[in-house]
Write a protein that binds this ligand. Structure first.
Ligand code: ATP
Ligand code: MG
Length: 443
């Protein structure tokens, strides 16, 4: 009942020919049974890592985790991870087993896995191997730990976050004992590597049920990102809308497309509001003040999660500009397109549109129209290939030097001045016209 791609079948057959067992396991089995297309295929194999490498000596292979028994094999352009059946030893750091023990039993291998829906194996001739009733949970949409939940979360606290992640991406409920144990173990998340936390959180945020998962499990999120806890008790109040800033953030989160950085921007777009309310002089109780406070706090959070600077800057700038007044004047729009690019501007519109839900419903149509107009204008500007940056300007520094400008700040200033004029439409982006203007300034 599961369609295994050819490039995976070939690997399985090769292992079988060499006398080893090979099973599809984990996410690929789960997703196939759900009728989703698996992102990647993982195999559990009875061969030891050196044996696996031996079998695939004529394939490109990579030792991704020899110690944990994993070899990556490149098959027809796809990477497939082959992991030896194993049992995990004691976990003394709430994250990594102190040792792993290779095993020759598939069942043992399945028993170390986190959730029943992730603990199923499949191969062509034997069908499904499902010792923990994962299929039943898959059918009812339930996440349940394999084994005793409290024990499984204390072994590896990342599983707490994985639990929420799968709840968000699969739209599954969390079985009560598993949920209670996840709540109880949330403090352990502090010790999990920031990179793993970031990756899981991001997958959670991109899930179709992200807002609902976070709404139900806000305590767990707040123990990871304590800066967000005050949002839950801070009122988001306009004349027309009353809820907590937290609830508003979740609504915006669920309304933007599942683009990772856009989702982060939505989650964090108002995170500075509580601080501004506590100290009104800081933000002068004004939304531009709130936005800059939010931007700062978001930057701190993302830095701690070890986001690359590029991503951090992108999220912060989306938060900074989401309070711009619509429709955006052409000059302003060109500036933003020049500085951040078209994709960013469309992400900004998405964030602004999502944020409108909290505003005056009587003016919603008007705001939406203003947004649509700005969006169309941005498209027009891009398709006209208008001049947006110094690079697009019909004159450059060399031209000004030949007019008698000296290298230095005055020259840069003049170029920026010309760009301003072109952006506002006062001057045409024409070489002769711009040279004439520069000549005028110089004399
Ligand atoms: P995705 O679609 O995101 O790849 P996945 O279920 O394949 O989902 P992976 O992180 O690729 O998730 O892990 C592969 C499998 O390994 C899981 O399905 C699960 O069986 C097991 N696994 C992964 N991480 C853990 C963990 N922290 N604890 C226990 N089992 C885990
Ligand atoms: Mg996977």
């Amino acid at each position: 009942q599961i369609e295994i791609p050819d490039y995976v079948n070939k690997l399985m057959a090769k292992l079988n020919d060499a006398g080893y067992e090979a099973w599809c396991v984990g996410g690929c089995v789960r997703d196939s049974l759900l009728g989703r297309i698996p992102e990647d295929w993982d195999l559990a194999v009875s061969s030891l890592p050196p044996e696996t490498k031996q079998v695939f000596s004529d394939y490109p292979t990579f030792d991704v985790g020899m110690r944990h028994g994993t070899i990556s094999v490149l098959s027809e352009g796809h990477t497939v991870e082959l992991t030896t059946f194993r049992m995990d030893g004691v976990y003394s750091d709430a994250r990594h087993p102190d040792s792993v023990q290779f095993s020759n039993s598939l069942e043992e291998d399945l028993s170390r896995r986190d959730f029943t829906v992730n603990a199923m194996a499949y191969r062509q001739n034997s069908g499904l191997r499902d010792p923990f009733d994962g299929l039943r949970d898959l059918e009812t949409g339930l996440l349940r730990c394999v084994g005793i939940p409290a024990k499984r979360f204390s072994e590896d606290a990342l599983r707490v976050l994985r639990c929420l992640r799968f709840s968000s991406t699969l739209g599954f409920a969390i079985e009560p004992e598993t949920l209670q144990a996840a709540m109880d173990a949330r403090g352990l998340l502090e010790d999990v590597s920031r990179d793993r936390v970031r990756d899981e959180l991001q997958k959670l945020l991109c899930g179709t049920d992200a807002a609902e998962t976070l709404r139900r499990n806000s305590e767990i999120l707040f123990s990871l990102l304590p800066e967000l806890a005050p949002l839950a008790s801070c009122n988001y109040e306009t004349l027309y809308h009353r809820c907590s800033v937290w609830e508003h953030s979740l609504q915006v989160l669920s309304a933007v497309s599942p683009n990772p950085l856009l989702r982060w921007s939505a989650l964090l777009h108002d995170c500075g509001k509580p601080a501004c309310k506590r100290a009104p002089e800081k933000g002068t109780a004004h939304f531009h003040g709130d936005a800059s406070e939010s931007e700062q706090l978001a930057g701190m959070i993302l830095k701690r999660l070890r986001f690359p600077n590029r991503d951090l800057d992108r999220v912060c700038s989306l938060i900074r500009y989401h309070v711009e007044t619509l429709p955006l004047p052409e000059k302003r729009l060109k500036k933003l397109l020049g500085e951040f690019g078209g994709d960013w501007v469309f992400e900004l519109f998405s964030l602004m549109r999502a944020n409108l839900a909290g505003q005056d419903p009587n003016r919603l149509e008007e705001h939406l129209t203003a947004l649509r107009d700005s969006q169309e204008l941005a498209e027009t500007i891009l398709s006209r290939q208008d001049c947006l940056t110094l690079r697009d300007l019909a004159v450059n520094g060399k031209d000004l030097l030949s007019l008698g400008y000296h290298p230095g700040p005055a020259l840069g200033k003049e170029l920026s001045f010309l760009l301003e004029k072109v952006l506002s439409g006062t001057l045409e982006n024409d070489r002769d016209i711009l040279l004439q203007e520069a000549e005028k300034t110089r004399s």
